[in-house]
Design a protein around this ligand. Sequence first.
Ligand SMILES: [Zn+2]
Length: 327
Amino acid sequence: MGKDIIKKLDWQNIVGHDFNKKIIENYINQKKLPHSIILSGVNGVGKKLIARHIAKMLMCQQRVCPCGQCQSCVAWEKGGFFGSYVLEGESQLLIDQVRTIKADLSKTSYVSDYRVVVMGEIERLTRPAANCLLKVLEEPGKKIVFLFTTGNIAGVVDTIVSRSTVLRFGRLSREESLKIVTNDAGGFGRDEIVNIMMGKPLFYDSLVRANKSVHVGNVIKFWRLVYAGVDVKQRLTMNVVKSTQNKLNGLYMFWESCIRDFWLWKNGIESRMWWKGVDEISDIHQKINLEDKTLMKMLDGLSFLRRNMHRGLNRKVQLMNWLMINN
Ligand SMILES: [Zn+2]
């Protein structure tokens, strides 16, 4: 493993944040990598993904990294190994966790030049844990890199921030969001996409304005046209969350009848069309032209939701999941 060889860094379809990627590349190529970096920015834009990827690149034993094949890369795929840590989760970060890392970092790594600690949401550090971590940051060992992420930099202990290089991550562009949703690039899972859809207007707009290859866009367009002039997302999700079981049953049945009527009309069978005039429905058809298969799936999904709504599952998530899957 030649220490002086400039490695080719491969971001492997991680979408967006080109500026920060360039900064990281320059740090690595010029051998000026700070020992502590905070990736700061709103949640859901890929900070943790990038932090883990940087760690993988740093620890890779090949010239093109991450190569995905060396001992280090393979270990990373399985969740890390001696000399690297990933601490992510819901709970607080405790002093014992930091102590363990501190003790292990004082030993020699047998695998890579670098040792990397990835720590998510460092605003979760308890005060004693933060103090313990500070001692490590004050006397950083050689080739030890801390990669922290936070969605709330104001909540991070000042002295940790001041000892770190802060990289700010903005929202992704419309095109980048689309790329993630359509190609599932960058390792975003379905849950993350659903989160994005529920919480981030920008991402949601991307979906709605998307062309037909974005499946969920079609379904949402359908509802948007059914409820002309109404915020469809709100109608679909907020109503569901707030409704009593009875109302919800009615709401799902209403949607089902809309779809059923639409399907009947589309196939030349007369239907009552009580929810829209014929002109409007043909307008909807011209604009979105959903396939029969899709409409049937939508019906199946709705009756599934109706049957399962008493189970106390998170209705909003359920509905959004269904919208993602069934079209
Ligand atoms: Zn490798």
